[in-house]
Design a binder for this molecule. Structure first.
Ligand code: ADP
Length: 462
C-alpha cells in the first residue's frame, strides 16, 4: 500500500516538474520575438500535454475583430486537415466556444456534457463540420487570454471523445499557459504601437522639414527675383535724376525722389523677408567674438541721431561703461540696435525722448545668483552667469499688455494705422529676438500705453 502511495507521489512530482518545464519553454517561445505575427505563430503552437487533446487559438485583433489564429492537433495527419480550416473557419460572435464563450465572465469554462454539439454548432459549412467530426471532440476547456485587464483572446482545448473531463490541475495549467500567451501578446502589441508612433513622428517630421524647405526655397527665390528689378528701378531713377537723358524739371525731381523712397522701402521689406527666411532655416552663422559694447552702441547711435534731430526727438546715451564687453557677433548686435532705435523713433512723436543705457545686467534665470556676492566663485562661473544689457527707452505711444509678446511674432504689427506711412513689415522684432537668442542672449520689452517702452537686449558677457 505504502509502495503504491510512494509511486503516486513520485509521478505527481514528475508531472509538476514537466508542467513547470513546459510553461517555462512556452514563455520563452512566445516571447522570443516582439513582432506581432511571429508572436502569433509561436502562440499557435500551444498544446496541453495528454493524448488526443487538440486546441483552437483565437485572438482579438487590436481593431476588435476576432481572428482564428490556429487549430493545433498532436496527430500529424489530423494537424494538416486542421490547418486547412484556417482562413475558412472564422470565429463568430455567437460561437459556443472560443472568445464568445468566456467574454462575459472572463473565467475558464469546462464543457463536458454535449461538448461535441458545441463544436459542431461552431462549424459554419459542411466541409468544416466533416473535418471537425474527424478530429473528434470530447470535453472542452476554454481559457481566456487576459493582459492588464484586457481580453486578448481565448484558447479552446478539445479532449478526445469519451475521455474524462478536465482535472482542476489541468485547468490551472491551461490558465498559466494562457497567461504566458497574454504576456507575449501584450509585449508584441505595445512594441507595435510604439513602432507605429515612431513611424508617425518620423513621417510628421519629414513632412515638416520638407514644407520648411519648400517655404525657404520659395522665399529665397522670391527675394532674389524681387531684388533684381528693384535695383534696376533705383539705377534708372538715378540716371534720370543726373540728367543723363536730358534736362529734368523740379516736378520730375520730386517724382524721382518718391520713386527712390518707395524703392528703398520695398528693398528693405524684401531684405527683411530674406533675413527672416534664413534665420528660420538655420542658415545664419554667428561670428562670435569679444566686443566692446560701447563701440557698437555709438556706431548705431551715430546712424540714427541725425534723423532723431530732424524729428525733434531728444536722444542720449547714458551710463555706458567703456569696459563692458560681450561675446557676440558685432554686425548682428548692430542690426538689432538699429532696429530698436528705428522703432523707438517711429513710435515716438516729435518732442519726445529716447535714451540708451548699457548695464552690467543679468539674464532672468540668473538674476538671483548674479546679485549675490560672487567673489568666492571661480572666474569662469561668474563669467558664464553674468550678462550685459543694452536698454533702449522711448517716451512714445507704448504697447498694450496684450500685445507685448505678440510683437515678437513674425508679421505682427499693432497700431498699424498710426504708422502706415512708415516702413516695416512686422519682421524686425522677430528677427532681432531670433538673432539675440542665437547669440545666447535675449530681447524683452516692458511698456505702458502712452508712457513709452523699454526694449532690453541681453548678451552674454565676454
Ligand atoms: P515693424 O516695425 O516693421 O512693424 P517690428 O517687428 O519691428 O516690425 O515691430 C512690430 C510691432 O511692434 C510694430 O509694428 C509696433 O506695433 C510694435 N513696436 C515695436 N517697437 C515699438 C516701440 N518702440 N513703441 C511702440 N510700439 C512698438
Amino acid at each position: 500500500m505504502s509502495a503504491l502511495r510512494e509511486q503516486d507521489s513520485a509521478s505527481a512530482a514528475e508531472l509538476a516538474r514537466n508542467r513547470a518545464q513546459l510553461l517555462a519553454d512556452a514563455g520563452l517561445r512566445f516571447g522570443a520575438s516582439l513582432d506581432q505575427e511571429l508572436t502569433y505563430a509561436a502562440i499557435a503552437t500551444v498544446a496541453l500535454p495528454g493524448p488526443g487533446a487538440w486546441c483552437i487559438v483565437d485572438v482579438i485583433e487590436p481593431g476588435g475583430t476576432l481572428r482564428r489564429l490556429d487549430v493545433v492537433h498532436p496527430d500529424d495527419e489530423k494537424q494538416s486537415a486542421a490547418r486547412a480550416l484556417i482562413g475558412r473557419w472564422t470565429p463568430a460572435a455567437d460561437d459556443p466556444i472560443g472568445v464568445p464563450a468566456i467574454a462575459r465572465d472572463r473565467l475558464p469554462i469546462v464543457i463536458s456534457e454535449r461538448a461535441e454539439t458545441a463544436v459542431v454548432a461552431a462549424a459554419r459549412d459542411p466541409e468544416t463540420l466533416r473535418v471537425l467530426r474527424w478530429l473528434g471532440s470530447g470535453a472542452l476547456l476554454v481559457v481566456p487570454i487576459i493582459a492588464h485587464g484586457s481580453l486578448l483572446g481565448a484558447i479552446t482545448f478539445v479532449g478526445q471523445p469519451g475521455a474524462r473531463s478536465y482535472h482542476p490541475d489541468e485547468v490551472a495549467f491551461a490558465k498559466a499557459l494562457a497567461s504566458r500567451c497574454a504576456q507575449a501578446l501584450e509585449s508584441a502589441r505595445l512594441y507595435a504601437t510604439a513602432r507605429a508612433a515612431l513611424a508617425d513622428a518620423d513621417a510628421a517630421r519629414a513632412q515638416a522639414e520638407s514644407a520648411n524647405e519648400t517655404k525657404t526655397k520659395f522665399l529665397n527665390t522670391m527675394s532674389h527675383e524681387l531684388r533684381t528689378p528693384l535695383n534696376a528701378i533705383a539705377g534708372y531713377a538715378q540716371l534720370m535724376e543726373l540728367g543723363i537723358h536730358g534736362p529734368v524739371t523740379e516736378e520730375q525731381k520730386t517724382d524721382l525722389a518718391s520713386i527712390q523712397r518707395s524703392q528703398a522701402h520695398l528693398l528693405g521689406l524684401v531684405n527683411a523677408v530674406l533675413n527672416f527666411a534664413q534665420l528660420e532655416a538655420g542658415y545664419v552663422v554667428y561670428a562670435m567674438a569679444k566686443i566692446q559694447l560701447i563701440d557698437i552702441v555709438r556706431d548705431a547711435a551715430s546712424l540714427v541721431s541725425p534723423q532723431m534731430h530732424a524729428k525733434n526727438i531728444g536722444f542720449s546715451l547714458e551710463r555706458c561703461d567703456e569696459s563692458l564687453a560681450v561675446n557676440a557677433d558685432a554686425a548682428k548686435v548692430r542690426q538689432i540696435l538699429l532696429n530698436l532705435l528705428n522703432n523707438a523713433m517711429k513710435f515716438t512723436a516729435p518732442g519726445g525722448s529716447i535714451t540708451v543705457v548699457c548695464t552690467h545686467d543679468t539674464r532672468k534665470d540668473i538674476a538671483n545668483a548674479a546679485s549675490e556676492d560672487t567673489r568666492d566663485l571661480p572666474r569662469e562661473v561668474t563669467a558664464a552667469r553674468s550678462a550685459r544689457a543694452v536698454r533702449v527707452t522711448d517716451s512714445g505711444i507704448g504697447i498694450s499688455p496684450s500685445d507685448l509678446e505678440a510683437i515678437f511674432n513674425p508679421f505682427v504689427q499693432v497700431n498699424r494705422r498710426l504708422t502706415s506711412s512708415d516702413s516695416g513689415v512686422g519682421l524686425g522684432l522677430a528677427i532681432s529676438r531670433d538673432l539675440a537668442r542665437g547669440m545666447g542672449g535675449d530681447l524683452t520689452v516692458e511698456s505702458r500705453v502712452g508712457a513709452g517702452s523699454t526694449f532690453t537686449l541681453t548678451l552674454p558677457a565676454a
